[in-house]
Design a protein around this ligand. Structure first.
Ligand code: GDP
Ligand code: IMO
Ligand code: MG
Length: 425
């Protein structure tokens, strides 16, 4: 029997998961998203074209790969319909080709979930999470609060009544906020989209994925967000509302832990974060601005400027431990091409001590990063296509990371395009 490989972000999201899942997808029979929702923006580039996927797995452009939106995902039907409409316009129609299925146990994001997200963020003012305003938190709250609506419910004769009942609850909560809204247009779009997603086959993801494994087929679970946004282990409360770690792949698809195979941990050669919350290595200066401009660090979903800083090894070690990472994937090395010197945070100074882990009180007491200077490679690597062409100083940087992190770097990405990817070992 085969196992499920997992690919997930080790930082605060936007590591380049979409690009690499697309690159790896020819090796897999099934790509399965297991958590998160349209807070994700996964960018893929090939043949001079660029696509951003929010809900649909990034295996969609590979002709022979099946794609599953798992039970752990929260789905905004309006956004999913828009994604599919855009794909269809570009000549890709995964539904018509029978390449997309959706878990009937996945929860639905209602227009009022979005309103609740916005009302809550507005009320928190300067202490806000900086959420993507897609309704993620309120939808997962209804899931764990046992109020939610699921994809499978859309086919029940009393779906509209169930919807109205939940919306009444939401309106009651909204009445306690100083928040104005008009639901009419959104509600019409929601029901139109609900009709549309009935055309996508509904499956039980637990049986679907385990069926693939039984037949000896290969499966890759695609994460969204990043480990440091995990609801249990991230920089709480500045996190998302799902388990972004390997454990989330088990609950978000219905696979047992002993069915997990390779775990690909993906990270940028530096570090970014979008939204509020602690970021020990953040560069609030012109160096950070250079990383932002060179790396085009603006959100794929919200367009917000991403905060930028140096690579954070204590945070990466933590993420590797939590996920059981077996192989690393380093992204965006090219963004560091112009730097004479780059830096890696090896420890933190925190409450008068030198530590090598992320402390519990990271929210209230900002750790000071201890930085190691590393020579830059000062070479354009965007056209590097063979291991022998990698500049020596970049190889040294990779070797340093492998020694510190005790996991091999298997892939190196040197640009946004599919072809700008090297296999290292
Ligand atoms: P995801 O959410 O993890 O899929 O990542 P995003 O798509 O949100 O952000 C990654 C961004 O970096 C996208 O704009 C990608 O096109 C781009 N990208 C991916 N890999 C590389 C790379 O190696 N170099 C450069 N310069 N850009 C990259
Ligand atoms: P991908 O999959 C980066 C961040 C938001 C905010 C926090 C909570 O593209 O890597 P939410 O809307 O989830 O309630 O917001 O999480 N966030 C992301 N940051 N990449 C993402 O996804 C993110 N999804 C959520 O900015 O700080
Ligand atoms: Mg993204």
């Amino acid at each position: 029997m085969t196992q499920v490989d997992v690919l997930l972000g080790l930082q605060w999201g936007d590591e380049g998961k979409g690009k690499i899942v697309d690159v790896l997808s020819p090796q897999y029979d099934l790509i399965a998203r297991f958590q998160g929702g349209p807070n994700a923006g996964h960018t893929l580039e090939f043949d001079g074209k660029k696509f951003v996927l929010n809900t649909i797995p990034s295996g969609i452009f590979n002709e022979k790969t099946m794609n599953l939106i798992g039970n752990g995902v929260v789905i905004d039907p309006i956004i999913l319909k828009r994604e599919l409409d855009n794909l269809q316009k570009a000549g890709h129609d995964p539904v018509a080709k029978g390449k997309l299925v959706i878990a009937r146990k996945a929860h639905l994001i209602l227009p009022t979930h979005q309103l609740l997200d916005a009302a809550n963020e507005q009320k928190m003012g300067k202490d806000k999470i900086g959420s993507t305003l897609k309704g993620i938190g309120p939808t997962y709250m209804d899931k764990t609060g046992r109020n939610g609506l699921r994809v499978g419910d859309t086919t029940l004769p009393d779906f509209k009544e169930r919807y109205n009942k939940l919306v009444e609850k939401h309106k009651e909560i909204l009445s306690h906020y100083d928040f104005e809204y008009d639901l009419t247009e959104k509600e019409a779009a929601f029901f139109e989209a609900i009709d549309f997603i009935k055309n996508i086959p509904h499956v039980d993801s637990e049986h679907f994925v385990n069926g693939y494994l039984k037949e000896g087929k290969t499966v890759l679970a695609e994460g969204a967000q990043g480990t440091l946004l995990d609801v249990d282990f991230g920089s709480y409360p500045f996190v998302t509302s799902s388990n972004t770690t390997t454990a989330g792949a088990c609950t978000g698809l219905g696979i047992a832990p002993n069915k997990v195979g390779s775990v690909y941990g993906i990270f940028k050669a530096y570090c970014t974060r979008v939204g509020g919350g602690p970021f020990p290595t953040e560069l609030d200066d012109e160096v950070g601005e250079t990383l932002r401009q060179v790396g085009h660090e603006f959100g794929a979903t919200t367009g917000r400027a991403r905060r930028c800083g140096w690579i954070d090894l204590p945070a990466l070690k933590y993420a590797i431990m939590l996920n059981g990472v077996t192989e690393l994937i380093m992204m965006k090395a090219d963004v560091l091409d112009g730097f004479d010197t780059i830096y890696a945070c090896t420890h933190y100074e925190h409450n008068g001590e030198t530590i090598d882990y992320m402390p519990y009180d990271i929210i209230t007491v900002k750790p000071t990063p201890v930085l190691k200077a590393i020579d830059g490679w000062k070479t354009d690597v965007t056209k590097v296509s063979k291991i022998e062409e990698i500049p020596a100083k970049l190889s040294e940087y990779i070797a340093f990371l492998e020694k510190e992190l005790e996991v091999p770097v298997k892939y190196l990405s040197v640009g946004p395009d599919r072809v700008q990817t090297l296999i290292l070992n």
